[in-house]
Design a protein around this ligand. Structure first.
Ligand code: GAR
Length: 195
């Protein structure tokens, strides 16, 4: 079998999108290998989930680096290089990256966001979509560039907003689609990247 590009997933919390990627990558014909999971939060539940899949998972907390965001990112980047990572997937990584790291991984870093970008960048997307009375919502995987939740769109899925939806019901409908969209978008990028 040909060598598959090695992927690192960056998380901050529960890691359900990370788990969707790990499940997809179990298939022998999936074109990427999930080789590393990193979290900026030591308590992220996703770390133990990843270890359960036999994947190296490590926290690199930002706290010891204080306000020096780039120093924290240099520590992340050193680990990515050490583990021969070719693609980085942000999956609920809730820390804004500096241009230094973004430029270093240009064209090889993906993010998933719970909205139909370019609409509803930032936090609390489901509540804002409901408050605005939108009829449609969804999720997007995009290449990461300097601006928050910006960058070329790789894949997007739309869901309807239904009468009686709560933030929780809408979030669940979107999340189910995120779990399908991210593995598909990563596969699309992985097929174009040299390991
Ligand atoms: C997901 O809904 C993801 O789209 C969102 O955080 C959640 C993480 O859940 N990301 C963002 O809002 C980034 N702007 P998970 O940890 O279960 O994958």
């Amino acid at each position: 079998m040909s060598v598959r590009p090695r992927v690192a997933v960056l998380i901050s919390g529960r890691g359900s999108n990370m788990q969707a990627l790990l499940d997809a990558a179990k298939a022998p014909d999936y074109p990427a290998e999930i080789a590393l999971v990193l979290s900026n939060k030591p308590e992220a539940a996703g770390l133990d989930i990843a270890r359960g899949y036999g994947v190296m998972a490590q926290a690199i907390p930002s706290k010891p680096f204080g306000r020096d965001r780039e120093a924290h990112e240099r520590a992340l980047d050193a680990m990515l290089r050490e583990r021969d990572i070719a693609i980085v997937c942000l999956a609920g990584y809730m820390r804004i990256l500096t241009p230094w790291l973004v430029n270093r991984w240009s064209g090889r870093m993906l993010n998933i966001h719970p909205s139909l970008l370019p609409a509803y960048k930032g936090l609390d997307t489901h509540a804002r979509v409901l408050a605005a009375g939108e009829a449609r919502h969804g999720c997007t995987v995009h290449l990461v560039t300097d601006g928050m939740d910006e960058g070329p769109i790789v894949a997007q899925t739309e869901v309807p907003v239904l009468a009686g939806d709560t933030e929780a019901s809408l979030a669940a409908r979107v999340l189910a689609q995120e779990h399908l969209l991210y593995p598909a978008a990563l596969a699309k990028l992985a097929r174009t990247v040299t390991p």
